[in-house]
Write a protein of this length. Structure first.
Length: 748
């Protein structure tokens, strides 16, 4: 036992050897919480305070559960196979398997994954004759899962409006069908096991007497129902050992509730919080930046990370003119770090939004640097991008069978499997393409001109009617309509036209979690604009070839030492020698959406805290004065998070000078600490387009007054003459775009 405890610091030792009582361990980033949890379990078993079967440990990922079991096995000569260590869903499944009859389930009940659940919902909607355009299956799926995670059955959901009443009408037959088929979705596992414990006192008391020690990892990420489930399992003799960090709670969108930590203190009469503040990952300057940043959040339990490793290097900050310049800077710095002997796999590129990866990926591809998108797919491999490219491929070449098969019924337009099989048989018999077989089946050797399609109207904004969008005939009409509409458009507008008129944009707008996919589709427009600017041949065919080449490079580079690209959410729990965090601009990080959500800005700051604490030795922060958005240039002001980091911790970089051996050189910060002045001082180095965008009377960062909206600051400027407009963040009215010709703005 002494060897097991010998390398623990005083706070870790206190947590591991705590007497039989409930405790809250506030474990900062890199403070060794996994070690504390596993050593605590091993200590309880080795000292005889608990048997292996008297311990329940809950983690949030299967990977973490497996790692915990491996570590315990290395500490103790025991068989860990029967121990209850796993995720909430895994443990609930185990409980329901043991008590399936009491839970009202068949012995061999099956679990529906997300795709299976969505397929069942689609069948139910079709059976009810529901309009999938109005009630998207994924939205219904989200509603059902959200209700279950709140602990509510269909009969318990309070419907205050027609839309919610309609959703409940879908939830009820879904619930009945699941019971009929004897299946359970992921949300059902937790809800049904909770209901089982609530109503069955014998089973509840059995597990309360068995599990005298319950340990919970990542406690800050528990939902309301998960916490209620834990409370049911904890009897009067149970000691609950909760480990978490309220400063790293970044999953509110998944139902995580940081308030559970406060409730846990009250409900379990926690007299003392043990704080693990010694960090074993990062150098001092990185930790000082993180500590200062997170202090701007209110209601924290409070801790201050420190290290014995020394201050280390200053945090490097790069002020880029454009997003392309930012990407070029990252590439050059990565090359420099790699030449110093740092493996590419120990370098991470983090970003707030998935769509940001496209510009970075393009720069890395051109520089022949191997990279891997962690926890996701490369830009050109993402589902929504492949759908959009398939529509573009079919417009460029109607005989592309692969493209046609991908999108012939996506979004859904009533083309069944049987119809498609018949068309494939026709094509095989005729030795023709699927498109030709479709035309013949519809009795048309050639489609009519797009401007004569039913429901089409004249003008650039024309659209097809609902009738033309359904079935095989509707699909042919839609493709021809888009082909005709794209004939004289430049490439970026071709992409934008297809994304909108294909129905992809509307499909993802209707999805509860479709915002990221919409951002990626918008970024595809930017990709087309950049391609036209860089390539000699700016045609659609050339762009499609370019996209295929970038996607194909991924397979060729499998297994190599590769740079790690990921969103900040995906980076939680990971660490790297060097970290680049790009896109530190207002509206991007913190994200625009955070302004409209209660506690949104504080969650964004916690996300920034997570990003900063991923770096062990070197941290780069960068932002861009202008960035492509929806195919147009948007002008930005730096993120407020940059200003919340003390100036003495930062080393500002400027572009490479002739003769320099490094990609960037140090210089003094061009900014003071005032948000308005900080943005305004950028004006001297902004691109010429900024100066031409509006009258010289207005500039980014300028304080203004509006007769209706009051005081505000200019965030962006674009357009000329009568089209000139500005984006203003008002103190009371939020952010608005205003045409200068009519806005009646006055300088503050």
């Amino acid at each position: 036992m002494s060897s097991m405890l010998s390398d623990l610091n005083p706070e870790q030792l206190e947590a591991v050897t705590l007497p039989h009582q409930s405790a809250l361990v506030l474990a900062g980033a890199g403070s060794g919480k996994t070690r504390v949890l596993t050593t605590r379990i091993a200590h309880l078993i080795q000292s005889g305070q608990a048997s292996p079967h008297g311990v329940l440990a809950v983690t949030f990922t299967n990977k973490a559960a497996k790692e915990m079991l491996v570590r315990i096995s290395s500490m103790l000569p025991i068989n860990t196979r029967g121990m209850w260590i796993g995720t909430f869903h895994g443990l609930c499944n185990r409980l329901l398997r043991a008590h399936y009859h009491d839970a009202g389930l068949p012995q061999a009940f099956q679990i529906l994954d997300s795709a299976d659940q969505l397929a069942l919902i689609k069948r139910i909607l079709k059976g009810l004759g529901a309009d999938e355009e109005k009630f998207a299956p994924r939205q219904v799926q989200w509603f059902i899962n959200n209700a279950k995670e709140e602990g509510m059955r269909a009969a318990e959901v309070e419907a205050y409006d027609d839309f919610t009443r309609k959703m409940v009408e879908f939830y009820l037959p879904y619930e009945q069908q699941c019971n009929k088929e004897g299946v359970a979705d992921f949300a059902e596992l937790l809800l049904r096991s909770y209901e089982l414990l609530v109503r069955n006192e014998i089973i509840r008391e059995h597990y309360r007497s068995r599990f005298i020690h319950i340990l919970v990892d990542e406690f800050q990420d528990t939902s309301r129902l998960q916490y209620k489930w834990l409370r049911l399992l904890a009897g009067s003799r149970t000691a609950v050992f909760a480990v978490g960090d309220d400063d790293q709670s970044i999953y509110a969108f998944r139902g995580a509730n940081t308030g559970n930590m406060k409730e846990f203190e009250r409900d379990f009469h926690i007299s003392k919080i043990i704080k693990l503040e010694q960090n074993y990952r990062s150098h001092g300057n990185i930790l000082s930046a993180a500590n200062t940043l997170i202090r701007n959040n209110s209601g924290r339990l409070g801790k201050n990370l420190w290290t014995s490793e020394g201050h280390g290097e200053l945090i490097r900050v790069y002020n880029a003119l454009t997003d392309l310049d930012e990407a070029a800077f990252v590439v050059e710095e990565v090359k420099s770090l790699h030449s110093e002997g740092i493996a590419l796999s120990q370098i991470a590129l983090l970003y707030r939004s998935n769509a940001q990866s496209r510009v970075l990926e393009h720069a890395l591809f051109n520089a022949a640097l191997a990279y891997r998108v962690y926890g996701g797919m490369r830009f050109f491999e993402r589902q929504e991008i492949k759908h959009a490219l398939a529509y573009l491929r079919l417009i460029a070449n109607p005989n592309d069978d692969g493209a046609l098969l991908r999108i012939v019924n996506f979004p859904a337009r009533g083309i069944g499997t049987r119809s498609l099989e018949q068309i494939q048989d026709d094509a095989s018999r005729q030795g023709a393409s699927l498109w030709s077989a479709m035309l013949e089946r519809c009795g048309r050797l050639a489609p009519p001109p797009a401007n004569t399609l039913p429901g089409a109207s004249s003008g650039a904004g024309r659209t097809t009617s609902e009738q033309t969008k359904k079935g095989v005939g509707g699909f042919i009409a839609l493709i021809e309509f888009m082909r005709h509409g794209c004939e004289k458009l430049p490439l970026p507008e071709v992409v934008e036209h297809v994304v909108e008129h294909s129905g992809l944009a509307a499909h993802y707008r209707a999805e509860r979690e479709g915002a990221d996919r919409l951002e990626n589709l918008n970024e595809l427009v930017n990709a087309a604009a950049s391609f036209v600017h860089e390539a000699e041949d700016g045609s659609l065919a050339a762009f499609l070839s370019h996209a295929s080449l970038e996607a194909g490079e991924h397979q060729a580079g499998e297994g190599r030492d590769a740079l790690q690209l990921m969103t900040v959410h995906s980076a939680k729990g990971l660490e790297f020698h060097s970290v680049f965090l790009s896109g530190l601009e207002e509206g991007l990080f913190p994200h625009d959406n955070s302004r409209n959500e209660t506690g949104g800005l504080e969650e964004e700051r916690r996300l920034m805290y997570v990003a900063v604490t991923r770096a062990r030795r070197r941290l780069y922060l960068s932002f861009s004065q202008s960035r492509m958005l929806h195919g147009q240039t948007r002008y930005n002001i730096p993120s407020r998070f940059l200003q919340e980091i003390p100036e003495n911790l930062l080393k500002w970089l400027k572009p490479q000078q002739k003769g320099s051996t490094r990609s960037a050189e140090a210089w003094n910060s061009p900014f003071d600490r005032s948000p308005g002045q900080m943005a305004g001082s950028m004006q001297g180095t902004a691109p010429a387009a900024t100066q031409n965008a509006t009258s010289s009377r207005w500039r980014i960062g300028q304080n203004v007054i509006h007769p209706k909206f009051g005081a505000g600051v200019i965030l962006s400027c674009e357009g000329r003459g009568a089209d000139a407009r500005v984006e203003v963040r008002f103190n009371r009215a939020g952010t608005k775009w205003l045409l200068l010709e009519y806005a009646k703005l006055t300088p503050a």
